[in-house]
Write a protein that binds this ligand. Structure first.
Ligand code: SF4
Length: 181
């Protein structure tokens, strides 16, 4: 997936011009390292998405990271209990900037069918979410679609966004410390 055609480029005879920002964004979007935070059935769908039939590696995502410190996409797939909420938040905080979050399935996005005292009614109560994938469970095609939407966000994110007041306010609203100055 070279994707140079996705960048805004100026073509001349024997040369091609673009901005450093676009080059970095394209490189980032095509080399995302996901951290799977899978707790139940949606996690099994994610495993199928990684398998040979759907082959997530096609999109530069061959390597799963099981350490938050070496991951830039947190994929939350499954039911998250209220007790697990602080652990999820800790994993998010340990990831370096820039980082993105994909919420896979009804449980992660809204608590799903588990409208009970023990289940978190959506992970966006503890961490910011970039893309939600609906379904119970979502099919691998839907998960891939969600990941493609994350790639679009990564490709079009300005380099300064993580230092913006808007982003700092977002993190502050979750009581999370920002890495930016
Ligand atoms: S959304 Fe449905 S399939 Fe996914 S974890 Fe919840 S109950 Fe299981």
């Amino acid at each position: 997936m070279g994707k140079i055609e996705d960048m805004q480029v100026i073509n001349g005879e024997g040369y091609q011009l673009t901005s450093l920002e676009k080059v970095l964004a394209t490189a980032r979007a095509n080399s995302v390292w996901p951290l799977p935070f899978a707790t139940s059935c949606c996690g099994i769908e994610f495993m199928a998405t990684m398998g040979s039939n759907y082959d997530l590696a096609r999109f530069g995502m061959e390597r799963m990271s099981f350490s938050p410190r070496q991951a830039d996409l947190l994929i939350v797939a499954g039911t998250i209990s209220k007790k697990l909420g602080p652990i999820l938040k800790q994993a998010y905080e340990q990831m370096a900037e820039p980082k993105w979050v994909l919420s896979v399935g009804a449980c992660a996005s809204s608590g799903g069918i588990f409208d009970t005292y023990s289940v978190l009614q959506g992970i966006d109560r503890v961490i910011p979410v970039d893309v939600y994938v609906p379904g119970c469970p979502p099919r691998p095609e839907q998960i891939i679609d969600g990941i493609m939407k994350i790639h679009e966000l990564v490709k079009h994110e300005p380099l300064r966004r993580r230092y913006s007041d808007e982003y700092k306010h977002l993190l502050t609203s979750y009581n999370i410390e920002s890495d930016g100055e």
